[in-house]
Design a protein around this ligand. Sequence first.
Ligand code: NAD
Length: 260
Amino acid sequence: MWNEDCHRHKGRVAIVTGAASGIGRATAIRLASEGATVVLADMQGDKLEAAATEITSKGGIASGMPCNIAIEAEVKRLVEHALSKHGKLDILANVAGVSSRHDPIYTASLEEFNRIASINLAGTFLCIKHASAAMKERRYGRIVNVSSIASFRTGAKGNAAYSASKGGVKAMTHQLVLDLSEFGITVNAVAPGVIQTPMTAGGGIERLNARAKLIPLGRVGQPEDIAVAIAFLASEEAAFITGQMLTVDGGMTSVVYEAA
Ligand SMILES: NC(=O)c1ccc[n+]([C@@H]2O[C@H](COP(=O)([O-])OP(=O)(O)OC[C@H]3O[C@@H](n4cnc5c(N)ncnc54)[C@H](O)[C@@H]3O)[C@@H](O)[C@H]2O)c1
């Protein structure tokens, strides 16, 4: 959602991971529309370029940088790219992530557990490590992680690896206030509920519509619903908010059951 009425990110430089698709793409577009210079990072090169081109065609400043966040050398190169091209780094939005195969715990493989953890948890850790080293020098930074309602509730069997990875992101968000606050860096997280993206497209629109019945606001979320929350936590207005996780789920996790 292009937001020309707000310029709160003007002059800021942001990295958005997972920016080729879904929530990451919407976040990159939102931050750029509000004035940020955005480096879009993702493993999907073609889609990455398309997202960056969409932003520049609307007058925003953006470039794409292929990056696998699970590989430290690539993350280091991503941050170095932002610094050499734009001179600083103000915002990191850690959106890249993968869902897991839904194998029950008694047959699940360690390989699959490690694959999910290496991207969702270790990848987020690596991005924060290298971004915060750069932010620390200028004593300013906004880091926004993407966890999930799966970090504190469940709605699917066979989701242990994914839930654990997102629980790790939540725990790391709380912990990092002690590492980073003295450098003026805030660290927060967003916990999306059910959001309509390629990640949730698997079961088709019928499956999403069935989920909508469980959501008090009566619909599944759109990537922009999460992008606006990330853009807020990445802004000056959120200067005194750190170590928090904001749930954006249309009310879903507030409901235990609805009495007849
Ligand atoms: N869609 C939902 O309902 C939902 C709910 C809760 C949390 N989330 C989280 O939101 C984030 C975005 O998900 P989405 O729904 O937009 O999915 P998506 O599949 O549309 O986008 C994820 C993006 O991350 C990229 N990516 C995956 N592994 C990567 C890696 N190693 N390095 C760099 N990029 C990589 C993918 O290429 C893709 O472009 C994820 O962290 C996901 O776990 C999504």
